[in-house]
Design a protein around this ligand. Structure first.
Ligand SMILES: Nc1nc2c(ncn2[C@@H]2O[C@H](COP(=O)(O)OP(=O)(O)OP(=O)(O)O)[C@@H](O)[C@H]2O)c(=O)[nH]1
Ligand SMILES: [Mg+2]
Length: 643
């Protein structure tokens, strides 16, 4: 008759579940030679009689405690068909480490998360399907005392799989493990578990395992065991346990979250959905569309149009212009209202263009931040980020990059390894436009078709993924754990968000307005001494020849490096004058987004990672920007694509 073993730590509800599954015909006897009582009962699985075995709980399987001896003997000698691991959900992390140990027996396993009622009260929630995905086997939630979930458990038994539990050991130990495993004949089941048991600190456990593995009398086993022991300064049992704990910890954090008890069920559900792979993507899409409408449509076209044309145009511009006309000195007139005037280059782009978009960005970002969504999105994107050498924690710096790349560069300190920080900084420099750049991009975007939008984002997104992939291969591996506290999902407080937006925006005005004026003055001077013309001519082969853009785009790039906003002001004039066709607009957007952020950011990177890294980043990013822009220009022209 087939056997199923109920295993787990003490006091988790194994016997309660055993009694619910086997209603009749149970026998209780001491395990031969011990005082340990083992319950056995018959129940039906898929029409067949199966023997269910209930043993006392154990904290491990390698020690000399009698219940551990009995548990490992049953696992190896009675070869159960399936293990039902009962776990106390409240202590899931510890329970998962035990799953790791059971996984070594390579027996299909059902993980039962019992006592979910008590875990609920604590606010601990398990994302069951994520846990299933991580472990590669079925997970059932139960409240054994109320018979909740028992029917589901019963029908889940057939779906049990051998759990995946990717424990990482040092190369030397892995080698010892595999040579021990190879020494055992293929007929022997649970070879991985036997290897661990061979290496156990207790020599009785080890001797028993060597015998079970058919290697009795083989001197090399002892030699391997000795070699393994010399590798570490700690007991080997501990080393193996820690390796399992590491994985358990990771799985635990990826598949659970805490909710305060007061959080409403509907909000919890939304929070759950936000982390699921499919529902999460749908919610992300909704959030992005909302962002696009608020920042891209409302702020970038409606508000910016109003500010530029009506407010700074008719209401202020016209009377101001009339007043300036009265000034008898052309030099001063030009300095105020000219192409590089304080009004035209300083006041209008900062308050008319960047500020509305910044306010819209801070407002929506504040909402998202306050709602607890970012940490859920981090979990959702963790897998994608892992592929490019990052983890979910990188989401916050990346999002902050849309307000200011320098600020985001500082925020990359939340990442644990140098590799992750460098990759994040590179990607920020490459593909994330700060609000200044974003504002002009959005204004241009409002003028071109959806196809142009797709081209720009497709190019930027692919370039970021490709460079992330390359960097994560290139830089030495340096793994870190992704542990994230997940706050409850809640309705953001409008007052909080408004206060924060106000605070951040006034800060921007105080800090950036003088810089805009400084930018305008320096451009004015550079123009007067003829430097701008020289620069334009010098860069013309690249800008005009290769990128197919107007000469003045060079100014936008150079000034953009000095201060993002200054570059934007020039680009805005180019767009307004209508000197660029839709193809050129696409290329200009791509180059503007990809080109290096301002000098502040550059100095920060030098400070954080040294000048070698900073220069490497600046050179690579500039080259990427120009080469990609040129390639897109030539492709669009070759295929004669019109937007
Ligand atoms: N609140 C709650 N209590 C439970 C649940 N399941 C079991 N219990 C209680 O937990 C205690 C331990 O249950 P047992 O079934 O004896 O646990 P066990 O794992 O067999 O214990 P050992 O055999 O000693 O390892 C009992 O008091 C049960 O009533 C549950 O889902 N919720
Ligand atoms: Mg019991």
């Amino acid at each position: 008759m087939k056997k199923i073993l109920i295993a787990g730590m003490p006091g988790v509800g194994k016997s309660t579940i055993f009694r619910l599954l086997v209603k009749t015909r149970t026998t209780s006897s001491n395990y031969p030679g011990t005082k340990i009582s083992v319950e056995r009962g018959i129940f039906k699985v898929d029409g067949d009689d199966v023997e269910l075995i209930d043993i006392p709980g154990t904290y491990g399987l390698t020690h000399l405690y009698v219940n551990e001896v009995v548990a490992r003997k049953i696992l190896i000698e009675e070869k159960p068909e399936v293990i039902i691991q009962v776990a106390d959900t409240k202590n899931l992390k510890r329970m998962l480490a035990f799953t790791g140990q059971l996984a070594e027996f390579e027996i299909p396993l059902v993980l039962v998360l019992n006592m979910v009622d008590e875990a609920d009260q604590m606010g601990l929630k398990v994302k069951r399907h994520i846990l299933e995905e991580k472990l590669g086997t079925i997970v059932i939630e139960t409240i054994a005392t109320d018979s909740v979930g028992i029917a589901a458990l019963h029908s889940a038994i057939l779906k049990a799989k051998v759990p995946q539990f990717p424990v990482k050991l040092t190369p030397a130990l892995t080698e010892i493990n595999s040579s021990l495993e190879e020494m055992m004949s293929d007929e022997i089941k649970s070879r991985k578990a036997l290897v661990s048991l061979c290496l156990a600190d207790a020599s009785e456990t080890s001797e028993w395992a060597i015998e079970q593995g058919g290697m009795k009398g083989d001197k090399t086993v002892a030699a391997h065991r000795e070699k393994a022991r010399l590798l570490f300064h700690r007991p080997l049992d501990r080393v193996l346990a820690e390796a399992r704990e590491y994985v358990a910890n990771k799985i635990f954090h990826e598949s659970t979250f805490m909710t305060p008890v007061r959080s409403t069920p509907l909000m919890e559900k939304i929070g759950d959905y936000a982390r699921g792979p499919v529902s999460g993507a749908v919610i992300l899409l909704i959030v992005m569309i909302a962002l696009y409408y608020i920042v891209g449509k409302f702020a970038a076209s409606f508000v910016v149009d109003f500010m530029m044309n009506v407010f700074f145009g008719e209401i202020i511009g016209t009377p101001l212009n009339a007043m300036v006309e009265l000034i008898p000195y052309p030099f001063i007139r030009e300095m105020i209202m000219g192409k590089y005037g304080l009004f035209t280059m300083g006041l209008v782009p900062s308050l008319g263009l960047v500020l509305p978009i910044l306010i819209a960005f801070y407002f929506t970002f504040g909402f998202i931040e306050d709602s607890g969504y970012i940490s859920r999105l981090s979990i959702l994107l963790d897998r994608l980020f892992k592929k490019i050498g990052l983890n979910g924690k990188a989401l916050l710096p990346i999002m902050l990059g849309f307000s200011c790349v320098s600020m985001a560069t500082i925020a990359t300190r939340v990442l644990e390894t140098r590799k992750e920080r460098l990759i994040a900084i590179f990607l920020l420099s490459l593909g994330i436009p700060c609000t200044a750049k974003l504002s002009i991009i959005l204004v241009i975007m409002a003028k071109v078709s959806f196809g142009a939008f797709l081209t720009v984002f497709g190019v930027i997104f692919s370039l970021m993924i490709i460079s992330g992939l390359i960097l994560s291969k290139m830089l030495p591996t340096d793994t870190s754990q992704f542990i994230m506290d997940v706050p409850p999902i809640r309705i953001p407080s409008l007052r909080n968000v408004i206060k924060q937006t106000y605070h951040r925006s006034t800060n921007f005005v105080k800090e950036a307005l003088p810089l805009f004026f400084a930018g305008a003055i320096s451009l004015f001077v550079l123009d007067k001494i003829g430097f701008l013309a020289l620069l334009e001519r010098g860069m013309s082969p690249v800008i005009v020849g290769f990128l197919g853009l107007p000469e003045r785009f060079a100014e936008s790039l150079i000034m953009g490096f000095i201060r993002g906003e200054a570059g934007v002001a020039i680009l805005q004039q180019l767009v307004d004058v209508g000197t660029m066709n839709s193809r050129q607009l696409v290329v200009a957007m791509i180059v503007t987004i990809l080109f290096i952020p301002c000098v502040t950011n550059f100095l920060l990177v030098i400070k954080e990672h040294g000048s070698k890294a900073a220069f490497a980043i600046i050179a690579t990013v500039s080259a990427c920007a120009i080469l990609t822009g040129g390639a897109v220009n030539h492709i669009l022209n070759y295929f004669n694509i019109v937007y």
